[in-house]
Design a binder for this molecule. Sequence first.
Ligand SMILES: [Zn+2]
Length: 450
Amino acid sequence: MESAWQPNRHPAGAGRSGAGRAEKPVRTAAERTRRAPADQTTVRRSNLVLVLRHLRDMGPRTRAQIAAETGLNKATVSSLVAELVQRGLVREGTVLREGSIGRPGQVVELDGHGVCGVGLEVNVDYVAAIVLNLRGDVISESSMGLDVPRLGPDGALDALADVAREAIRAAADSGATPVGVTVAIPGLVDVAQGVLTFAPNLRWRDVPVVEALLERLERPTYPVRVDNDANLSALAEYLMGGSPDVSNLVYLTGEVGVGGGVIVDGRLLRGVEGFSGEVGHMPFGSAQHVCGCGRRGCWETAVGLAALLRAVADPDDPVREPVRGLEPRLAEIKRRAEGGDERTLAALQQIGAALGLGASVLVNLFNPRAVVLGGYFATLGQYFLEPAMAELRARVLAPDAAGCRLELSTLGFTAAVRGGAHVALEAVLADPTLVPATDRRSLSSTSGLG
Ligand SMILES: [Zn+2]
C-alpha cells in the first residue's frame, strides 16, 4: 500500500541544504545492496533510487563523483545513469573541468521535466490545482472561487475535476506525464481508504473522494490520493518552505477552519487513526460562537477567517462578501490596517493574541523550532506576530518560548497543493521504474564517460 507517504523514507532533511546529509542514505542503501544480492531487480531498483535521490539532494555531478560518494562502482553508476536518462529522470549537463587532475567529466543532473505531480485542493471557498515537475518547478497553477458547502460534494468534485483536467492538459503541453494526483481537504481523512470522514466547514461526511475523482478523470493509470490539507501543508513547509533545516515544526492553516500539521524529527505525526492535528477544535474560543463541528467555543471560532471578518467589519461591509474573492478582501483589510484604522488594528491584535494562546499549547506539547502560520495568518502575519509571541513567552513553561519562532509561511495559499504534488512525485523518488523508459533519448552521448 502506498497511500500514506512516509517523509522519512529518506532521512530528515534530505533534499534541503546541508553538506554531509548524503552520508546516511548512501550507507543504508549500500548495506541493503550487500544484504540482498539474490534479488537483482530489487538491488537495481534501490540503486536507481540511490542515484536519483543523490542527484536531487546534492545537485549536478559527474558519474565519477556519484561513484565516489555513493560507494557504487563506476560501471554500475554509468549503467544506472543511462537507465535514468532513458526514463527521462536524469539528463546530461555541462562538462565540468575538475581542477588540473583527472579528465574533465560530463555532469549529469536531475531532469524531471518529463514527469510531474498534481496537487489539488478543495476548501470552503475555492478549489485549486498545482503541477510541479520532479525538480519542483511550477508547470501550472490555478484556483477557482466557489461556495463549496452550498455546492455539496458532487458539484464541488465536478469543479475540482475540471480544474484537474486543465492542470493535466497544461502538464501534457509542457511534455510532462503525471505520476500521481493528491487531493487536500480540510477535514478528517482516511488516507488508506481514500475517504473523507468528516469536514465540518465543508459539511461533508463520508465522501469517497478518491473513487469520485477516479471516475471523473476516467480512471487514469496513476494513483489518486487524498489527505488532510494541514498535513500536506506541513510537508510542503518542511520540504520547500522558507526555513531550511527545521525538522520540528507545527504548521497552522489560516482558513475558515484551522488545522495543524505536526512534523517531529522530520516525520509527519498522524496518530493512531490518522486524525491528529485537529487543533482548530481545542476549546480556546468563546462559548458564544458555534463551530462548524457543532460544538461551542472551538479555537477556530476565535482565530479562523470567520472570526477575523466578524471582528474587522460589520455584516454589510464588502470585505465580508465572499463573492469578492478572498485575496482582494484580505488586501483591503491590510490597507485599512496600514492606514491606522483603529477597529482593524484592534481586531488583528485580538486575533494575534488568540493565535498565541493556542500556539502556546502546541509549543508546550511539541517544542517545535517553529510554528509556521499559513493561509490568511501569513497574509496578515505582520500584525499577529507581536501579540502572538507575547502570549507564547507568557504561557510556555520553558524559557524564551522554548526556543520556538513564529514564522509566516512563504507558500501562501499554495502550501497544501504543493504538498500534494510532492507526495505524488515521491512515488517516483521511491521507485524510478514507475516511469517507463522511452526510446526518444539517445544513449550514445553517455558512451566513453564514467
Ligand atoms: Zn469545532
